[in-house]
Design a protein around this ligand. Structure first.
Ligand code: 5GP
Length: 193
């Protein structure tokens, strides 16, 4: 997606050979016009796939996921990183190691928000080693449902996330794919959408 690549080129900041900072338009401040375009792009691509729900991981996946859900006319479910007292009843949980923080947490989904006949689209901001998306897929499977695809805003194609997901039979579609990062260097390879 050209607009996303342009935004990354002009406002993204490569902190190291593995971490890209996009706080100005995705992770801290959010650009709603860009999020709307991202939502339209995913919705157009996935329109004939029978998707019934969109799942995302809090917090940076929420903005693109909600715009995608809006344009597809389906609900969006936020997978929680912290359990709360209001999260009652049956829950599915799986352990995830955070790429940026290096800590681990229990990703949680209430059984109320997944049905065995659901076809799920998982949306997230980044794909690095595929921990978050693999964990989200495990929760979908615990609910007896099917992962139709994983839609990613920024994939770092030099990390192993895509291979890990594809080896597990999960399709990945990324709007921007970064082949190399370094201080002041952001190189792209052909994106999926
Ligand atoms: P993974 O689980 O695929 O290893 O990493 C993906 C998750 O880690 C995303 O949900 C995202 O929040 C975070 N992440 C991974 N790489 C980056 C990065 O380069 N920059 C930022 N801002 N977040 C990242």
């Amino acid at each position: 997606m050209k607009e996303l690549e342009e935004k990354i080129k002009t406002e993204g900041n490569a902190l190291s050979s593995t971490v890209l900072k996009v706080d100005g338009f995705i992770n801290h401040q959010v650009d709603p016009v860009l999020m709307d375009k991202i939502g339209r792009t995913f919705a157009q691509y996935y329109k004939d796939r029978g998707i019934t729900r969109i799942l995302t991981i809090e917090s940076s996946g929420i903005a693109p996921a909600v715009f995608t859900a809006l344009h597809m006319g389906v609900p969006m479910v936020i997978l929680k990183k912290q359990t709360s007292k209001t999260l009652m009843g049956d829950v599915y949980q799986t352990n995830i190691t955070s790429f940026t923080k290096g800590t681990s947490y229990e990703l949680t989904l209430s059984a109320s928000y997944i049905d065995p006949d659901d076809k799920i689209l998982i949306i997230d901001d980044f794909l690095a080693n595929g921990e978050a998306a693999s964990g989200a897929s495990r929760l979908v499977h615990m609910g007896g449902a099917q992962v139709e695809s994983v839609g990613i805003l920024i994939e770092k194609s030099f990390q192993k996330g895509r291979k890990r997901l594809e080896d597990a039979g999960i399709e990945v579609r990324s709007l921007a794919r970064i082949s190399r990062l370094g201080r002041g260097i952001i190189e792209f390879t052909q994106a999926d959408l």
